[in-house]
Design a protein around this ligand. Structure first.
Ligand SMILES: Cc1cc2nc3c(=O)[nH]c(=O)nc-3n(C[C@H](O)[C@H](O)[C@H](O)COP(=O)(O)O)c2cc1C
Length: 197
């Protein structure tokens, strides 16, 4: 893969919160995405993450009310019926293997979201998950929900913006429904040696 192609893939892998709900995602595809997570790095190579793939309408409906959507969009309670995720991957910590997941979760979810993008899909990490979801899904006691990945065929356009002069990092949606995500500039991120002295 050319480096430009990799940059484009990463830039296109944006959080998406509105989907063509009627277009499903096969269980085989969810398994392929989880296999990408499997190949990611893991602290001490413990690999304590487990995954629950869900793609049936009844369980999708059971999961949805437990999720918090786009905290900065105060007037938007989340995607309406018809624009909801077609599938989820519930990311779990196997507490028999480790007490915390460290960086593994970020690596795993990024691999999944990159894999979704190349398949024409999109998704969003949902860290805002109600503590009652585990019971609703009848999970074994040793499995702790860390995050839920919402997945589907994208319905919304997401664009990256430079941060405004006032430095506001909040994403916003314009009247046409395009979702704008401010990102800090490269120069702001790179620290000169000895800058703290
Ligand atoms: C650890 C983590 C947790 C997140 N939790 C939520 C969430 O609960 N609800 C939501 O709508 N978005 C959530 N997001 C998505 C962020 O809002 C999103 O990454 C951010 O706005 C930047 O957009 P981008 O992913 O397109 O770069 C989460 C992202 C991360 C990395």
């Amino acid at each position: 893969m050319k480096s430009q192609a990799l940059s484009d893939l990463i830039a296109r892998t944006r959080s998406c919160r509105r989907f063509r709900q009627a277009e499903g995602i096969e269980m085989a595809t969810l398994r392929e995405l989880i296999d990408l997570a499997r190949l990611g790095g893991s602290a001490r190579n413990v690999q304590p993450l487990k995954y629950l793939p869900v793609n049936d309408p009844a369980r999708n409906e059971a999961i949805f009310p437990h999720l918090g959507w786009a905290g900065y969009l105060k007037d938007w309670p989340g995607p309406p019926e018809g624009e909801r995720p077609a599938a989820y991957i519930v990311c779990l910590l196997d507490t028999r293997l480790a007490k915390e997941a460290g960086c593994d979760l970020g690596i795993a979810t990024q691999n999944i979201l990159l894999g979704a993008t190349v398949r024409g899909l999109a998704g969003c990490r949902i860290g805002s998950v109600s503590p009652t979801l585990g019971r609703r899904l009848d999970l074994a006691d040793h499995l702790r929900i860390l995050q839920v990945l919402a997945l589907g065929h994208p319905l919304e356009q997401v664009v990256i913006e430079p941060l405004g002069a006032e430095g506001d990092i909040r994403y916003w949606r314009d009247p046409e429904g395009v979702h704008h995500v401010p990102k800090r500039s490269l120069d702001e991120l790179i620290v000169a040696a000895g800058a703290g002295e």
